[in-house]
Write a protein that binds this ligand. Structure first.
Ligand code: 5AD
Ligand code: SF4
Length: 443
């Protein structure tokens, strides 16, 4: 028999990085909820602070240390305060974190946070545990869940983790480990639980989510097959997935974009560069042309799909001509959204050995690329004016009587009308496109 613990201690979690970290932070909060920790939204009130960290670029990793520096005074004022570092920096740096910041009490990687309650018990006994294993057990099954009471209408659900692709710039295969897919029944069970708690939209998460190959009835399931099973859950209205690799965009998944009504017309499909030379050096195993043909096939299945991407500029030895190839690819695709980054050297990755592009050159390229993407994104938003879209409302807006939600295409939409509640999915006619969001009226 499990007892309901009285919440006497306060936990503050700060999350950096990707959506999977957001998902993991929620699971950690739930696990610690089982230990009598209640989540708070300020570090000042906390008995325990957890930083769930990101290692993808140098800046993200360095943030952790500056943040830890800021907690020094807090710890001085409250010696019992416990500080933990979780996530990908924890995985990559392990014990080193405690050497740099001795006030850190525990270090836990992304694959072992189900052991957090035991680790906290060790901390309370005066130890400083570090756990960066890649255990064989399924952490999600080991978590002692105490679901948080409040739920947004849109939720994340991790279905796949890790990566075997080894792009030359990327730390993910080292921090998150090898590709692992969760079994179908556990995913469907979690999805049903989310829906029972009022969730209408689920975004399936994975570093290579479209490489999903989980065990299910009858054998190994593809992501498309999983999506079709989710499609049958009553009350679940919308399905999304992220992030995908072009080489894993199988026919059944492309087809689902055309035929599955719950699958939203939005696809995040990073290409990173438009230069074949750079793609090769990035170890992406596809050409720019192959990516363009793939986009064509996806658009043939779902003509209105909004394509989103990731780009890295200033990858080692990227020339002006290489960069222009990237700009041409962007013009050819027409993105509705994209994330772009200056190349950041990650120790231990193959690209770290290569000669760097001049910083000022990279900055200039990034600026030009972002200007082009912004123009394209604005064009797509403007093309929404006059159209009718589905909007899942999430929360009140800043103006009185206003509600904000997300359109099928993931644009933020503001509507001022009576009787809309968070969680309502309504048809909206878009009347206006602003710089960052759309406005509309109920149909
Ligand atoms: N430098 C810059 N950007 C990177 N990304 C991954 N590794 C690096 C790096 N070393 C970007 C890629 C990836 C996104 C999540 O982060 O564009 O798709
Ligand atoms: Fe990193 Fe490449 Fe794997 Fe994406 S596909 S997580 S960029 S190694």
């Amino acid at each position: 028999m499990s007892e309901t613990p009285t919440n006497t201690k306060k936990l503050f979690i700060r999350t950096y990085g990707c959506q999977m970290n957001v998902y993991d932070s929620e699971r950690m909060a739930e696990a610690m909820g089982g230990e009598g920790y209640e989540e708070v939204d300020s570090p000042d009130q906390a008995d325990m602070i957890l930083l769930n960290t990101c290692h993808i670029r140098e800046k993200a990793a360095e943030k952790v240390y500056s943040e830890l520096g800021r907690f020094k005074d807090l710890k001085a004022a409250k010696p019992d305060l416990k500080i933990g570092v979780a996530g990908c920096v924890a995985q990559a740096e392990g014990q080193e974190i405690m050497r740099r910041q001795p006030m850190v009490d525990l270090v836990v990687g992304p694959q072992t946070y189900h052991r957090l309650p035991d680790m906290v018990a060790k901390v309370e006994a005066g130890e400083k545990p570090v756990d960066t294993d890649f255990p064989l057990e399924d952490k999600f099954e080991k978590l002692k869940n105490r679901p948080t009471a409040t739920r947004a209408p849109a939720a994340f659900l991790t279905v796949q983790e890790g990566c075997d692709k080894f792009c030359a710039f990327c730390v993910v295969p080292y921090t998150r480990g090898a590709e692992v897919s969760r079994p179908v029944d556990r995913i469907l069970r979690e999805a049903r639980e989310l829906v029972a708690r009022g969730v209408k939209e689920i975004t399936l998460l994975g570093q290579n989510v479209n490489a999903y190959h989980g065990e299910g009835p009858g054998g190994t399931w593809s992501l498309a097959k999983l999506i079709w099973a989710l499609d049958e859950i009553d009350g679940l209205e919308r399905i999304r997935f992220t992030t995908s690799h072009p080489n894993d965009m199988e026919d059944d998944l492309i087809e689902a974009h055309g035929t599955c009504k719950k699958l939203m017309p939005y696809l995040h499909l990073p290409v990173q560069s438009g230069s074949d030379k750079i793609l090769k050096r990035m170890n992406r195993s596809h050409t720019a042309e192959q990516y363009l043909r793939l986009i064509e096939r996806i658009r043939a299945a779902r003509p209105d799909i909004l394509i989103s991407g990731d780009f890295i500029v200033g990858f080692p030895e990227e020339t002006d001509a290489d960069f222009e190839d990237t700009m041409s690819l962007i013009r050819a695709v027409g993105y509705g959204q994209a994330f772009s980054f200056k190349y950041s050297t990650r120790p231990g990755t193959p690209a770290a050995e290569r000669p760097l592009v001049d910083e000022a050159v990279s900055s200039d390229r990034l600026q030009r690329l972002q200007a082009l993407i912004n123009d394209q994104a604005r064009e797509v938003m403007e093309s929404m004016v006059g159209r009718e879209v589905g909007v899942l409302f999430e929360k009140p807006g800043r103006m009185p009587g206003q509600m904000v939600g997300k359109s099928d295409y993931l644009h933020a939409v503001h509507v001022t009308a009576e009787g809309i509640a968070p969680g309502d999915l309504r048809r909206v006619r878009i009347t206006e496109a602003g710089p960052n969001s759309l406005a509309g009226e109920l149909v």
